[in-house]
Write a protein that binds this ligand. Structure first.
Ligand SMILES: Cc1cc2nc3c(=O)[nH]c(=O)nc-3n(C[C@H](O)[C@H](O)[C@H](O)COP(=O)(O)O)c2cc1C
Ligand code: SF4
Ligand code: SF4
Length: 262
């Protein structure tokens, strides 16, 4: 079984390709149960975005909660998708699994478009498509290594694990929902952002009905912190959500294979 978390489709795509090649299933952690029983020889993979060089909070929570029962010859691996610097995601996953008495056999990475658009510009579709295409041979390589049951950390663009003492507080700071804003001249009140948020951090509240917002609803971030997946910002059909007023000119991103613009 291959477990993945994916806000904008990169990790879903990688997980689906690996699962297809290995003849197993790709399962989103958002809908997965935490009782994991493996059959003899069954692979156990985690495919995850990189968040400030480490595991996203949701993936960390999932691994911590999961009750994993291995059988014989289960090959355990993590694949980090990332855009710039993978950091120590694989090492982080190895530590989390070790705490549960599970040996992670290998770590891999696939470089893809960077959906952290407060910093990276994904507004040029041709450039983005080049990055999406460039990921395909990397995925093939990862699949070949998984098939050979390669051992060790094979991921690229790494940083030492001890940098977590710096990145953890940064991620916690950036997860504050006060950084999200909504352009009321664009928002149609559809509620998709609230419906799809993996941690229910958004509530739809009443607002004045307008020509644009005929439903008279507006998203309000009611949780102090969220998982910072940026799914709400990238999925909004009107690109009405911004993060810290830094994202408006950097475009929205969804992996072309798995998400269609509404
Ligand atoms: C909060 C946040 C932090 C991120 N931090 C990093 C990072 O430190 N290094 C990096 O290379 N990519 C970083 N990214 C980019 C994503 O890891 C990358 O685009 C990933 O493939 C997205 O996966 P998804 O489409 O499955 O959600 C970050 C993205 C977000 C939303
Ligand atoms: S998804 Fe976008 S348009 Fe729909 S309610 Fe949320 S912010 Fe408004
Ligand atoms: S509020 Fe947006 S960025 Fe935060 S967890 Fe929900 S969907 Fe992800």
């Amino acid at each position: 079984m291959i477990y993945y978390f994916s806000a904008t489709g990169n990790s879903q795509h990688v997980a689906t390709r690996i699962a297809g090649a290995l003849g197993t299933q790709a399962q989103s952690i958002e809908t997965a149960g935490t009782e994991i029983r493996l059959a003899d020889g069954e692979p156990l993979g985690f495919v995850t975005p990189t968040n400030w060089n480490e595991l996203p909070v949701l993936v960390r929570e999932f691994i911590r909660k999961a009750n994993i029962r291995l059988a014989l010859n289960n090959y355990v691996f993590t694949v980090a998708t990332y855009g710039f610097l993978q950091g120590f995601v694989c090492e982080d996953a190895r530590h989390e699994l070790k705490r549960k008495g599970i040996k992670m056999n290998a770590g891999y990475s696939v470089k893809m478009p960077d959906n952290w658009t407060p910093m990276f510009d994904l507004s040029d579709p041709a450039k983005v498509q080049q990055q999406v295409d460039a990921a395909e041979p990397q995925i093939d390589e990862v699949i070949a290594m998984i098939r050979q049951h390669a051992q060790g950390n094979k991921s690229h663009d790494r940083m030492p694990y001890f940098f977590r003492v710096v990145t953890d507080p940064l991620l916690t700071y950036e997860r504050q929902t006060k950084f999200f804003g909504v352009d009321k001249s664009k928002c149609i009140g559809c509620g998709l952002c609230a419906k799809k948020c993996p941690v229910q951090a958004i509530e739809m509240q009443e607002t004045e009905k307008t020509e644009t917002n005929k439903l008279g609803k507006t998203p309000v971030w009611t949780a102090e912190r969220c998982a910072l997946c940026l799914g709400c910002l990238h999925r909004c059909p009107k690109f009405a959500i911004n993060y810290n007023n830094k994202t408006q000119s950097h475009g929205q991103y969804q992996h072309s294979k798995y998400y269609k613009k509404q």
